[in-house]
Design a protein around this ligand. Sequence first.
Ligand code: DX5
Ligand code: ZN
Length: 220
Amino acid sequence: MNCQLVPSILSADFNCLGDQIRELEQEGIQLLHIDVMDGMFVPSITFGMPVIASLRKNTSLFFDIHLMVQEPIRYISDFKEAGADSITVHYEACTDLDATIAAMREADVKVAVSLCPETPVTEIEPYLDKVDMVLVMSVRPGFGGQQLIPETLEKVRQLKEIRDQRELSYTLEIDGGVNRDNLAEIVKCGTELVVAGTAVFRGEIGENVRMLKEVIAHAS
Ligand code: DX5
Ligand code: ZN
């Protein structure tokens, strides 16, 4: 699988979100990263099901929902109903990750688990054969526009190695602090999906997407 750019709408202009999503579609974007924050697991609050449901009516893009929510098991079926294609929960936010994964399977969404920068890969190793995707946080979750923590790239390499060794098939995604200068190095670590908020939405969206895609193509 080639590496794909996944814009995070956290940095979009919410006043014209529909138009900005259309622009992304015109640039050939296929997945949209949607950050849901609850003010508990992370300090910020973003948006929830009603916003996602309303976006769902206007686009057929793949909705990659990143739940930065304490005990997300409570909301899996709601997000599915709102239009989620994949749901990412945080290892650190789940008392019972097995039950949370089971709820996601039951809801028939792609199952993804994320780990914060300070959580070692060994913590999620027992779950790797049960997930479709692993999201490596390259910043502390909660805010856009932070600087990538370089040590987190090692986790992508580690997860890729484990996947090969154990013949597993999860997709790798990285999220946070991606920009035109560090993107090539990130791609070379072997991730299939790269989330970018600020780097896509600050300035001219079309130009940014084309430039970031070009960097990916060169580095792949
Ligand atoms: C941070 C979010 C990210 C965020 C990335 O908690 O999970 O998806 O939108 O934003 P940038 O690309 O600006 O770091
Ligand atoms: Zn995110």
